[in-house]
Write a protein of this length. Structure first.
Ligand SMILES: Cc1cc2nc3c(=O)[nH]c(=O)nc-3n(C[C@H](O)[C@H](O)[C@H](O)COP(=O)(O)O)c2cc1C
Length: 207
């Protein structure tokens, strides 16, 4: 086969939505972590995170979370959170990569805390989507120092302008402009490219 070549990439970030995870620190403040290894199945979210992150430590002891989804216009604030950790005892590897300890992630990023409905960590007011939940399971991955967190979604809150007209519980994908990460760089979505046969299924049938 000569249409492809074998490569050995160090990372496999082929493009996923960016999320900002809110978790509860020991002192009751909320830590924020930008991340993009996330997917959803039904009312379950699955997150891939580093085991030594403050977020993983928080979720082990205090299993409540908000998955905040930033829109593309929040890229500056999200990028300010890059290379920061809430873990004062960060690993040598992270220190070598230039990470700094930041206790107040909201202040550092210029974001605003907003009370959540069903969990203790605060939500990010500027993010148009807040997905609240509790940890249902924490799996150690085959690769060391990585965990997969299974989150049972307890509430979903959105800015009203994202809703599909006439459908209070649905999102209009033409109005939702997610921030996407591909190989460590930030992107937005383009326009719809093709009619969708899957979209002929009524969303309510997934309940
Ligand atoms: C856009 C973006 C995406 C990231 N995606 C992930 C990810 O999917 N999983 C992960 O473990 N770290 C990811 N990181 C790195 C974490 O943000 C980083 O480890 C951070 O220090 C964790 O914060 P904490 O220690 O305060 O929890 C990402 C960073 C950025 C800026």
């Amino acid at each position: 086969m000569d249409t492809h070549v074998d490569i050995d990439p160090a990372i496999l970030y082929f493009g996923t939505p960016v999320a900002v995870l809110s978790t509860l620190n020991q002192d009751g403040t909320t830590n924020l972590m930008p991340m993009s290894s996330v997917f959803w199945l039904g009312r379950t979210a699955v997150l891939g995170i580093g085991a030594s992150s403050q977020t993983a430590l928080n979720l082990t002891d205090r299993p409540e979370i908000v998955i905040n989804l930033p829109s593309v216009d929040l890229v500056t604030e999200v990028d300010r959170l890059a290379l920061t950790t809430g873990n004062a005892a960060m690993s040598a590897g992270k220190a070598a990569r230039g990470y700094v300890h930041v206790a107040d992630k909201y202040g550092h990023a210029g974001l605003t805390a907003y009370g959540s409905d069903t969990v203790l960590p605060t939500s990010v007011a500027e993010c148009p989507v807040h997905i609240e939940g509790t940890v249902a399971a924490l799996h150690e991955l085959r690769e060391p120092k990585l965990v997969a967190v299974e989150v049972a979604v307890s509430a979903v809150r959105v800015m009203p302008e994202l809703r599909l007209e006439g459908h209070p519980n649905r999102i209009d994908p033409d109005r939702w402009r997610p921030l996407v990460m591909s190989f460590q760089h930030f992107y937005g979505l383009g326009d719809r490219v093709h009619p969708s046969r899957l979209a002929s299924i009524d969303e309510e049938l997934y309940r």
